[in-house]
Design a protein around this ligand. Structure first.
Ligand SMILES: Cc1cc2nc3c(=O)[nH]c(=O)nc-3n(C[C@H](O)[C@H](O)[C@H](O)COP(=O)(O)OP(=O)(O)OC[C@H]3O[C@@H](n4cnc5c(N)ncnc54)[C@H](O)[C@@H]3O)c2cc1C
Length: 504
């Protein structure tokens, strides 16, 4: 990394975002290249939810040098092979969005095109049967993927379900050991430079003044620096993502720990269920236009698998993102930068991308070059926009008419970017994939088909294989997946051997 003089980084906030930023900066820059301080107020506290992740987090951990097994044991983590969506397109439906592919290309044609062809001819097995992570998830099995591309066990990835507060504490230990200075205190004033309005320093309640070059705003929904001081503005997306509240409560574990997160559509939103080693995380994400807080809490409590541990906690949010997440010498990361509901567990991913992209861009040229700042903002906007479209798909493509929220979402106008993608898929099953960012082909496929968006045709190149050969290959693939899963240990057996929980 090219660094001209030590970079004086001040992070405000000690939630998941703040400590991920602190850990990443200390890992990326040598001690003589940086001074990193993190200010947090235990009086204010953190949002305290955020338990389901995406496989990308493993790359972040690896990049900064975290031992995954140790981390899992110390954060009560379980493995996650995907997300089960229950009752989304119609009441009674269930599908899993897996972390892995369905089959593999044959003669250069995506596997799902052959499946669509068989489906048109009434000969298709369920698509799930061609996804190893789904078959394993449904049977409560888990094993680590392998590197050998010839093995079926290389066709999937995994993420964690963990206690996000323990993850933040873990990163705190990691970052402090590497020289990050933690400052306990409440920021009460932000001093801006007279000439250009850049942030000069922060004033704490006890009178301390903290100056810096780069300020990372990880202060949560309040956006203390990016919004309250710099008035950057917020682009709101509630017209497409109407949920604006959540109520959360943990419960006692009942039954085997599932290696997946569950999202069940409800009368005014949806309910999450995330099994950790010591408890299950639950929450109801809802729209205040369609249900009251009291009713939402009552519904949540009546639908837990096990006894509630504690009283329900309410959270409020507005779907959207800052107009710029990098403004002047301030970069907003985490909830300060924007919020998209946790339906696809994307918030920690967006934190990770914000931090790693920032570090890469800072290294790339003179710091704070406006061209770099613009490029960074475009990149982060793109990441948010893509997640937004994917989330909207879940709501929009529904066939439920049992509750006003579902009628609203089914009939609302969606962003053009999503409408065009859906149109292409409906025509011949074409999935537009991106070179960068979320999500891959299998993810879109899982959600399109799970939400009953069924193409009218298929790619005619999938006619290349004759029917007998196609049937032979697809049956063989299903059998191989069944056999591979049969050899896997249960998720609990695997956890017990690999990363049984221990106190930090
Ligand atoms: C209902 C819900 C469910 C979620 N589920 C998931 C999930 O399953 N997966 C996922 O990836 N994400 C999820 N998230 C998002 C996830 O919780 C957050 O992205 C993550 O916790 C990061 O939060 P944060 O660090 O940005 O903010 P916070 O946790 O709110 O931390 C803010 C920090 O700023 C400090 N602070 C604020 N003001 C001041 C001040 N004046 N002076 C000093 N310090 C200050 C606070 O003390 C605190 O340390 C969920 C969010 C919600 C709302």
């Amino acid at each position: 990394m090219i660094v001209q003089r030590p970079l004086n980084v001040v992070i405000v906030g000690g939630g998941t975002a703040g400590w991920m930023a602190a850990a990443a900066f200390t890992a990326a820059l040598k001690p003589e290249q940086r001074r990193v301080r993190l200010i947090e107020s235990s009086e204010i506290g953190t949002v305290g939810v955020g338990e389901a992740t995406l496989p990308h987090l493993r790359m972040f951990n690896r990049r900064i040098g975290i031992d995954e097994r140790d981390l899992m044991a110390k954060t009560q983590a379980t493995f996650k092979l995907g997300i089960e969506f229950v009752d989304w397109a119609r009441v009674g439906d269930s599908y899993i969005h897996p972390f892995g592919a369905y089959g593999s290309r044959m003669a250069g044609v995506p596997f799902h095109q052959y499946w669509l062809r068989q489906k048109k001819q009434g000969q298709a097995a369920p698509l799930e049967a061609y996804s190893l992570p789904i078959v394993a998830a449904r049977q409560g099995k888990f094993a680590l993927p392998v590197d050998d591309p010839a093995s079926l066990l290389s066709t999937f990835g995994y993420a964690f379900q963990f206690d996000a507060s323990l993850y933040a504490s873990y990163l705190r230990g990691f970052a402090e050991q590497r020289g990050v200075q933690r400052i306990e205190g409440k920021v009460i004033d932000v001093q801006l430079r007279g000439t250009d309005g850049w942030i000069e320093s922060l004033k704490l309640e006890n009178g301390t003044v903290v100056a810096g070059d780069l300020f990372i705003d990880c202060s949560g929904f309040r956006g203390l620096l990016i919004e309250q001081a710099l008035h950057t503005g917020y682009e709101e997306w509630t017209r497409w993502l109407p949920c604006d509240r959540a109520v959360a409560v943990p419960s006692r574990n009942v039954g085997p720990l599932t290696p997946y997160t569950r999202a069940t559509a409800r009368e005014a939103g949806w309910q999450w269920r995330i099994p950790l080693q010591h408890r299950t995380g639950n929450g109801y994400v809802y729209s205040s236009n369609f249900i009251s807080d009291d009713a939402a809490a009552e519904k949540l409590l009546s639908r837990l698998d096990g006894e509630a541990l504690g009283t329900p906690r309410f959270l409020r949010f507005v779907a959207g993102r800052r107009r710029k997440t990098w403004n002047k010498n301030c970069v907003a990361v985490g909830l300060a930068g924007g919020f998209l509901e946790p339906l696809e567990s994307t918030s920690i991913y967006l934190i990770q991308i914000a931090i790693t992209t920032l570090i890469d861009y800072l290294a790339d040229s003179a710091r704070f070059d406006p061209r770099i700042v613009d490029a960074y903002n475009r990149w982060i906007d793109m990441e948010y926009d893509r997640v937004r479209d994917f989330l909207i798909l879940h709501y929009h493509a529904n066939q439920r008419d049992d509750a006003p929220i579902w009628n609203y979402c089914r009939t609302m106008a969606v962003p053009d970017s999503l409408a065009q993608r859906m149109e292409l898929f409906r025509h011949r099953g074409r999935v537009i994939t991106y070179k960068d960012g979320l999500f891959l082909e299998a993810s879109w496929l899982a959600v399109y088909l799970g939400q009953r968006v069924i193409p009218v045709g298929y790619d005619l190149l999938a006619d290349a294989l004759n029917a007998t050969e196609l049937e032979r290959r697809t049956r063989s693939l299903r059998e191989q997946i069944e056999q591979a899963v049969a050899r896997m240990p249960t998720h609990e057996q695997f956890l017990g051997n690999y990363c049984p929980a221990k106190l930090a």
